[in-house]
Design a protein around this ligand. Structure first.
Ligand code: ZN
Length: 199
């Protein structure tokens, strides 16, 4: 299952004020991106496909561009996203020198974030020997540290529409980025398989 997070770009973003959170949900319902709310989640609305990147229409039918559930998540303390347990980042590299990092060490440092604050994340670069932080590692995909985010479960596609993300950022009052729980490589593996099935 493909899950996507929409979270503040800034690692230090505060939880948005109630009024902004309400404005976001009003916008999502008015635009019919979300439908009714039940059991802590919103179901997809009639225009749920607007969440997704227009390029996706080459590979997916509009009816496939939907999601299972959309949840608003508030965490008492900031968390690293994506939070899929045991997730590894084989492509992680040093932003300074570009060297690939030891993926086991990156995974261990991320696992430690269950117990320590995100600022205490640390791995060392085998190339330039720098002590790296979450900000100086290129994970090969978007990541975030957030206490408030939107979680889209069972998304038809990991790539969201840039204009919808920009609009949501304006409504909530802070820049948002989308974070796939699955890497682009994994998604690329799926798309040809889907095309194959539709022939
Ligand atoms: Zn380096």
């Amino acid at each position: 299952m493909l899950n996507v997070y929409l979270a503040p770009r800034s690692f230090r973003a505060p939880v948005p004020p109630e009024a902004a959170q309400t404005a976001l949900l009003t916008w999502l319902s008015d635009e019919e991106i979300v439908g009714p709310f039940a059991d802590g989640a919103y179901s997809p609305g009639r225009s749920a496909s607007r969440l997704f990147h227009a390029d996706a229409l080459d590979s997916f039918l509009p009816a496939e561009l939907t999601f299972d559930a959309l949840r608003i998540v508030r965490s008492p303390k900031p968390r690293f996203l994506p939070e899929r347990a045991g997730k590894s980042f084989p492509e992680a590299s040093c932003l300074g020198c570009g060297d690939t990092l030891d993926s086991e060490k990156v995974k261990e440092a991320l696992d430690r974030l269950k117990y320590v604050a995100p600022e205490r994340f640390g791995v060392s670069c085998p190339g330039c020997r720098s002590a790296l932080t979450l900000r100086t590692v290129d994970f090969g995909q978007n990541v975030a540290v957030a206490a408030y985010w939107i979680f889209i479960e069972g998304a038809g596609l990991g790539r969201l529409s840039p204009s919808t993300v920009e609009r949501l950022s304006r409504v909530i009052g802070m820049p948002l980025i989308y974070i796939p729980e699955t890497t682009d490589e994994e998604v690329a593996d799926w798309v040809p398989a889907r095309r194959e099935r539709r022939r």
